[in-house]
Design a protein around this ligand. Sequence first.
Ligand code: NAD
Ligand code: AKB
Length: 315
Amino acid sequence: MTTETILIIGSNGQIGTELAEVLRASYGTDNVVCSDLKKPEITPGPFEIIDIMDREGVYTIIKKYKVTQVYLLAAMLSATAEKNPKFAWDLNMQGLFNILDAAKEGIIKKVYWPSSIAVFGPTTPSVNTPQYTIMEPNTIYGISKQAGERFCEYYFQKYNVDVRSIRYPGLIGYKSAPGGGTTDYAVHIYHEALKNGKYTCFLNEKTTLPMMYMPDALKATISLMEAPAEKVKIRSSYNIAGMSFNPLEITEAIKKHIPNFTIDFAPDFRQAIADSWPQSINDQEARNDWGWKNDFDLQKMTDDMIFNLKKINLF
Ligand code: NAD
Ligand code: AKB
């Protein structure tokens, strides 16, 4: 029987919706408490309204459930953050401090906090980007993630806080909607392909970005959290890679199922964000340290996305 009680903060979002399912399947429904700013219509297990900015409120819920691990997913993503940089910085940083401090004070044992490929910037080598390299992000989201990584490592070194983190690429899944990122097109494209047979992409055709199918991201997250502490050698955040593609390549993969599917392009402000990010990621450290290995490439993900979206939405 598990002795862990897990709190997911930001559980209504793209990752949280799916992470709650897999954590509950493995740790038991009642041992995983979900939380967000609003209560969703369906709550298959314990749910609490939490504003991550409200330190007292967060501590009250942690104590109420005797929480041992927190997965902190509440944040503002790259595209939305550019529209409200000050608020994004406050949310992304204060939220992290509230949880790192709870761990420092010993009221929780383990923290998961996701970083992003957005920590890299235009001066980073963009192909096969290594774990350790130049990092000069020029988006507020990337700046907050880079600062967050530095604080995670600092709290580990100074206060022995067991914090673990992954630099996710753009995540793609069929169970939940993306929440305001630059890579969101790679989810929308499947829905539009099935609904309308065409899609207008907000990035140009040559924009190659690192991406990952949600089952791989969930597998990585849980493997890292369950790895023995001595195997987690990086306490800032780990590079992980799944696949890399541009809008034309995902179009070709979709056309294997929907031959008449067409795409056109109307790049907007998100193009500059995408242009500042790497095209592909080197994840050797994650593979060596805790055995990370992806399962999905572009075509395998596309086959699964289309199969499941058809099943769910009856397109
Ligand atoms: P999302 O925007 O879909 O979900 C975030 C959730 O946080 C939302 O449900 C929102 O209501 C909640 N939230 C916002 N403000 C809050 C507050 N003050 N208190 C409590 N909850 C609040 O985001 P996501 O895609 O699920 O991402 C989760 C984390 O993973 C973020 O840190 C994000 O930066 C990171 N990440 C995501 C991706 C991706 O492609 N989805 C890639 C890299 C990193
Ligand atoms: C975004 O586009 O903001 C996210 C990310 C890669 O961090 N999907």
